[in-house]
Design a protein around this ligand. Structure first.
Ligand code: UDP
Length: 333
């Protein structure tokens, strides 16, 4: 199948591309390289540098390649930033998605995978978060994804457009090949920040609050291996012809911030100094996505469910790419 992957130069997108190619698919990556990295795109994939806000550029991709399905990762993705810049999310995330959908429909493409988010549920009433949990987006980011889910719902009804929306949080780890991993600038995510301390790039990690009602007072999150996420996207794509679907996607287990730091200490052998700071606004105490539905319907199982393996893969990536894609020095053993 010829698959267009928007955001295919980003963290999750590039690892999905790697897996798609390994499974014999043909891939076109469309990315504006604002956050993505050209070096993250596997050489076997076609690459088009472009911005989804440029409708003519989007049209040109569909005109130039026999696209049969779209996986849409290109998006602003930070909850906190979305509270400071709501229009970037409620505006750009939505209109960029619409440009893509308009051109997909106009070119007869009827298969679409949306990278959605558990932020659709804000601070959920029940844990783990099932698909039937009430939708109350926790931020303009979550709302922008929900708007796209609703648009997809109507395209399905009107054009027989088949989509899957995958809602997840806390993608972590790196490609098991060691070639692709997380490289954000600035970095805001817990595991890469902690590993930057182990690399000597930061003095310490700040724990955002230790007075939550959890087992050690720090927030609990569901860290899912990026390669397991990638497999879920591919399974969802293969199942599309049987109907549109929406899944929550998580590892099924939650880990506290302190447990993550402790695991990073065990994996790296570095003491990793930590200090407790104030809570980060908008952080719910516990987020764990239920994944029963995707397990049942698609037979999805995480290959790397334990936190230690997730951190080991992340560490292998950061250790061998201390400056991400910008520097491929091999460190001393
Ligand atoms: N966190 C932290 N210190 C940091 C970065 C994150 O304590 O420097 C916490 C954050 O409060 C959250 C968890 O780590 O409970 C995961 O945060 P991250 O930003 O990685 O992902 P998010 O949960 O926002 O999707």
């Amino acid at each position: 199948m010829n698959i267009l992957v928007t955001g295919g130069a980003g963290y999750i997108g590039s690892i999905v591309v790697e897996e798609l190619l390994a499974q014999g698919e043909e891939v076109v990556v469309f990315d504006n390289l604002c956050y993505g990295h050209r070096a993250a795109v596997p050489p076997q994939a076609a690459f088009v540098e472009g911005d989804l806000s440029d409708r003519a550029a989007v049209r040109a991709v569909f005109d130039s390649y026999p696209i049969e399905a779209v996986m849409h990762f290109a998006s602003y993705t930070l909850v906190g930033e979305s509270m400071a810049h709501p229009f970037r999310y409620l505006g750009d995330n939505v209109t960029n998605g619409l440009n893509l959908l308009r051109e997909a429909v106009a070119h007869g493409v009827r298969r679409f995978i949306l990278s959605s988010t558990a932020n659709l549920f804000g601070t959920p009433e029940r844990i783990p978060i099932g698909e039937k949990e009430r939708i109350v987006p926790g931020s303009p980011y979550g709302e922008s994804k929900y708007i796209l889910e609703r648009i997809l719902h109507w395209l399905d009804r009107i054009y027989d457009f088949r989509y899957a929306a995958l809602r997840y949080f806390n993608a972590a780890g790196a490609s098991p090949t060691g070639e692709r991993g997380e490289d954000h600038n600035p970095e805001t995510h817990l595991i890469p920040l902690v590993l930057q301390v182990a690399l000597g790039q930061r003095d310490k990690i700040t724990i955002f609050g230790d007075d939550y009602p959890t087992r050690d007072g720090t927030c609990v999150r569901d860290y899912i291996h990026v390669s397991d996420l990638a497999q879920a996207h591919i399974l969802a794509l293969r199942a599309l012809d049987a109907g549109s679907r929406t899944y929550n996607l998580g590892n099924g287990q939650g880990f506290t911030v302190r447990e993550v730091i402790e695991t990073c200490r065990a994996v790296t052998g570095h003491p990793i100094p930590a200090e407790v700071g104030p809570r980060r606004p908008g952080d719910p105490a516990v987020l764990i996505a239920g994944s029963e539905k995707i397990r049942r319907e698609l037979g999805w199982r995480p290959r790397y469910p334990d936190l230690r393996t997730i951190v080991e893969h992340a560490w292998e990536w950061h250790r061998t790419h201390p400056h991400g894609y910008g520097d491929r020095r091999t460190p001393k053993a």
